[in-house]
Design a protein around this ligand. Structure first.
Ligand SMILES: Nc1ncnc2c1ncn2[C@@H]1O[C@H](COP(=O)(O)OP(=O)(O)OP(=O)(O)O)[C@@H](O)[C@H]1O
Length: 212
């Protein structure tokens, strides 16, 4: 189970975003839709433990994120939550394999090179293990970011606008990869997007309302 209850997040300039109560069952695939400024990224970041709400509860499985201190939250995120950001945040100084091993290190997991090779193979990029991220195409880099999000077999996968820059064929490919990887880990998948095409790939939709 995954959910938020009575959550409000306050940005530094005091802009306060109030989020609707929402719950998902383990393994469900959700599209998070809504106009610009409706709070999609805020919700995704709160769910991922990257933003701490001013009030309310964020629950992932049996864990209430608000009860964790920073260190415990970092560890929990690394172990249980896979995030695909809009900007991919790959470390250019490390090759693809080491980017994935770094994600395992941050989660306190063993450096399992076989597991890394398996995930890269599943995503069709096994031959890129030694490549530097800044020498990859956009589509390849996106697969690496997806590989990094699933390398720790998370119980939740969050993706922020993974398809908005993609044509039809690539959109369908990325959504299939996300769906398949989530199914392989038994993970709950939440994709925040403007892109109405995403709805077709997901079982459920949460529609946020325009701010104001
Ligand atoms: N860093 C910030 N400082 C202040 N206010 C912010 C900040 N980031 C977002 N907001 C405000 O929070 C509200 C929700 O923004 P959010 O980015 O979550 O919406 P969104 O639906 O993801 O938008 P978009 O689709 O344009 O990315 C908006 O009113 C926005 O102006």
């Amino acid at each position: 189970m995954l959910g938020i209850q009575d959550v409000a997040y306050r940005y530094r300039d005091s802009t306060t975003v109030t989020l609707p109560d929402w719950h998902a069952q383990t393994g469900e695939h959700w599209a998070l839709l809504g106009p610009s400024g409706s709070g999609k990224s805020t919700l995704l970041n709160v769910l991922g433990g990257l933003l701490r709400p001013a009030s309310g509860q964020v629950t992932i499985g049996d864990q209430q994120l608000n009860t964790l201190d920073e260190r415990a939250l970092d560890r929990f995120r690394g172990r249980h939550i896979g995030i695909v950001f809009q900007t991919l945040h790959l470390v250019d100084a490390l090759n693809v394999r080491d980017n994935l091993l770094l994600a395992r290190y941050f989660a306190g997991l063993p450096q399992d090179r076989d597991q890394v090779a398996r995930v890269l193979d599943t995503l069709g990029i096994g031959d890129l293990a030694k490549q530097a991220p800044n020498r990859l195409s956009q589509g390849q880099a996106q697969r690496v970011a997806l590989a990094r999000a699933v390398i720790n077999e998370p119980s939740v996968i969050l993706a922020d606008e993974p398809t908005s820059a993609l044509d039809e064929a690539n959109c369908s490919q990325v959504m299939a990869l996300l769906g398949n990887q989530a199914r392989a880990c038994g993970a709950t998948l939440v994709v925040a997007t403007h892109d109405p095409r995403v709805r077709d790939y997901m079982d459920h939709t949460l529609e946020l309302e325009a701010a104001g």
